[in-house]
Design a protein around this ligand. Structure first.
Ligand code: C5P
Length: 402
């Protein structure tokens, strides 16, 4: 493996001491690491520590004659195959989000054209502040890749999200990112929707379904493993997001529609693995409904079909894959959806009592495309996802070469 260049930017949080371990782990993985630090990071840990661990001089100043002589800030940004900011304070994140460049770290991040990974570390209240979340959303949209933060006890004694992800997790994220260059979907952009949706009845109640999101998340992992750049639009699930994945969290079918339609035009593949509600109360009910009546009639409206809308794109149409979960007549309904929704492929599975499918760890799939079909045996969802991703890559290549 060619040794990749990681430019580690350390900012001023108590987690800065963990960055020393990070350098050691990255070098063990044969990464060439150079370190730059903010002024406040130097209050927590000395540049000398990083110099000894990385084997390179450490950058602390912008436009300093001596430091620019070793490697100027623009050359450092060019040298990097990836910039990793760990720990990234709330202040750093705010600066990146607004394009400020008043020190070496922020200038390098602004100048970088390579992928930028950010491992936030801050007090949980700071992380949860709307302004921080807005900055994170904006950076996410601009292609920054967030690793963590993790949850747990913090240096300040509080508990919540804001702890820096552990160095082995950060190191694994980078290793995985760089080792995916030889996969079947190398460099392809894959969009996956997963999980259930929640359709609000009033401010406290909603209609949902039994989807756990496991299949969609397994597909995201398998696509990442195959080298894809994955965006996962997820309904409410209790699953940890895959590493190296851009995740957009949504609740309702309408929100999922909006998120998918925004990302789909730049994608090579769209896999609709979400169990999207077919009907929604479409409620704009500001107050909790009272139980004054003996019966309550809910009027439900058909939701927009996300999959069919993507498949109907005239330009930039991704290779579009749907799912069909059926309790009976599996083949007939699946083939019908393949044709009616104008899909490239459909993966059908049985659901219902004793049938696998929703909220199980195992599943079997019957996959159909125009002119062919394949049965994927009952196995755990991560294995099944790998097989389906392989089939998608194969059929997509066939389609592109005919
Ligand atoms: O028509 P049916 O809902 O059975 O089709 C299932 C497929 O359509 C799944 O891939 C699901 O994600 C997608 N779907 C959608 N938008 C909807 C309903 C279903 O994308 N409103």
């Amino acid at each position: 493996m060619i040794s990749k260049h990681i430019l580690l930017a350390v900012s001023g949080g108590i987690a800065a001491y963990k960055a020393a371990e990070l350098v050691r782990l990255l070098r063990k993985q044969a990464f060439d690491v150079r370190v730059v630090m903010t002024k406040s990071a130097q209050a927590f840990i000395s540049p000398l520590t990083f110099q000894a661990l990385s084997g390179h001089p450490v950058g602390t100043q912008l436009l300093d004659e001596n430091q620019e002589h070793v490697m100027g800030h623009i050359n450092l940004a060019r040298w990097a195959d990836s910039v990793l900011v760990a720990p990234a304070t709330a202040n750093c994140i705010a600066k990146f989000s607004h394009g400020l460049s008043d020190d070496l770290v922020s200038t390098l991040v602004l100048a970088a054209t390579c992928p930028v990974f950010v491992a936030p570390a801050m007090n949980q209240a700071m992380w949860n502040k709307a302004v921080t979340q807005e900055n994170v959303t904006r950076l996410n949209r601009d292609g920054f890749r967030f690793i963590g933060p993790a949850t747990g006890e913090q240096a300040c004694g509080e508990i919540g999200y804001g702890r820096m992800a552990e160095p082995p997790v950060i190191c694994e994220t980078l290793s995985q990112f760089f080792s995916r260059e030889e996969g079947e979907l190398s460099g392809k952009k894959v969009l996956i929707s997963a999980g259930p949706t929640r359709e609000p009845i009033d401010p406290v109640r909603f209609i949902t379904n039994r989807s756990s999101g496991k299949m969609g998340f397994a597909l995201a992992e398998a696509a990442i493993e195959a080298g894809a750049i994955v965006t996962l639009v997820s309904g409410p699930v209790a699953l940890a997001p895959p590493l190296n994945c851009r995740i957009i969290n949504v609740e309702s079918a309408a929100q999922m529609h909006e998120a998918v339609i925004a990302v789909a035009p730049g994608s090579d593949v769209y896999i609709g693995a979400a169990a999207v509600a077919d009907y929604s109360p479409n409620a704009n009910q500001p107050e909790k409904i009272k139980k004054n009546e003996t019966t309550l009639i809910l009027e439900l409206f058909k939701t927009r079909d996300i999959l069919a809308d993507v498949a109907a794109f005239q330009e930039q149409r991704p290779f579009t894959v749907g799912f069909a979960a059926e309790t009976h007549d599996l083949e007939r309904y699946a083939k019908d959806k393949l044709a009616k929704k104008n899909l490239d492929m459909i993966a059908a599975n049985w659901v219902g009592k004793d049938q696998g499918g929703f909220d199980r760890d195992q599943n079997a799939l019957q996959v159909y495309w125009k002119g062919g079909e394949k049965h994927l045996e009952m196995t755990d969802k991560s294995q099944l996802a790998r097989q389906l991703i392989k089939l998608i890559a194969e059929k997509m290549n066939e389609k592109n070469t005919t």
